[in-house]
Design a protein around this ligand. Sequence first.
Ligand SMILES: *Cc1c(COP(=O)(O)O)cnc(C)c1O
Ligand SMILES: [Zn+2]
Length: 415
Amino acid sequence: MVKLKGLKCRECGRKYPSSPAHICEFCFGPLEVDYDYEALRGVITRASIAAGPPSIWRYKDLLPIEGDVAVGHHVGFTPLIRSQNLAEELGVTELYIKNDSVCHPTWSFKDRVVSVAVTKAKEFGFDTVACASTGNLANSVAAHAAEARLKSYIFIPADLEQGKVLGTLVYHPTLVAVEGTYDEVNRLCSEVSDKYRWAFVNINIRPYYAEGSKTYGYEILEQLGWRAPGHIVVPCAGGSLITKIWKAIRECTALGLLERAATKMHAAQALGCGPIVTMVKNDTDVLTPVRPNTIAKSLAIGNPADGYYAYRSVKDSGGYGEHATDEEIVEGMLLLARAEGIFTETAGGVTVAVTKKLIEAGVIPRDESVVICITGNGLKTPDVLLERLETHVKIRPSLSAFDRALAELKSQSTQ
Ligand SMILES: *Cc1c(COP(=O)(O)O)cnc(C)c1O
Ligand SMILES: [Zn+2]
């Protein structure tokens, strides 16, 4: 089955052969993978998907890969959890947590996009992969490059969290720390990618890379028994994930996998870096870049590449968006941990905080189904909790010392 027609400009519709390109030469619009949906109709069914492996590759027919899967055979198919406790805390009846904090192998949803991008880079014959990253992408590109036995160059802002730096270095890439914001790192990488023949997963391979995010959406729909939820709350950085979940819903409707969908997409961002949510609130399709200042570093992109399309996904679906302050982000992380036993990173704190606000404001009605996107693992960003949490008692190893400490703790808690 030939399912790929190459690339197509999102703005002027001009077509290009399959190649490591991402911008239309005529109108400078972004290129997107062009599928032959006619050929796919009837070939992809709920049963054919169910017969596939328990990973993102069960949706391989809807991904831009022509040959065999090169890396990331175990990525995705993460749990969709029906929440009781957090649902109660937030006062809603039907809440689900899509938990990519346990995505294999680097504990964030970035493994989805990277396994597709690195497989495509191998198809194109590259020997080196690279990326500009806010942290999770760095981890994932370094890991998948190791698995693929490719060289890798990883560019990050120099002020990244320790956990994300070490979680990259361990895979032995060449790590380049740049003294600047992510947006400055990204601009530098655009220049580097013009000069060196490397596969920059989120620059020249971006049209292929971004398709990997659709699997987050397919999984939500399949795990709900091929039913579309009323609301999905998505943390946004470059704006690709929210755009592609929305695309996944529309594809599944067009292919007859879903009977109907009336899902509202809601954007979640930090107050210290929320240009997409600002567009939504101000009802304008013009993005005003910001200089990031937030603890949610994985979302700290001040000039998001897919900002316009993220905004369109929210508007077209009838959704909304909200900002979370740094304090609300930490509260969100703690709420999810205490209610559900799930330790998410700052981006997940943003999602929980924003969901709470949207419910309180009545934007998400309490009796409609809601899926929240938990996209990364808390063990990568423990720094933000250092001042907030401490050990309760410290004792010598004797029973009498413990008895005294316990009595002390109990008297404190009844005061
Ligand atoms: C990158 C990232 C996002 C946002 O992804 P975009 O596709 O760039 O909007 C969300 N959560 C986490 C944990 C991320 O690392
Ligand atoms: Zn064009």
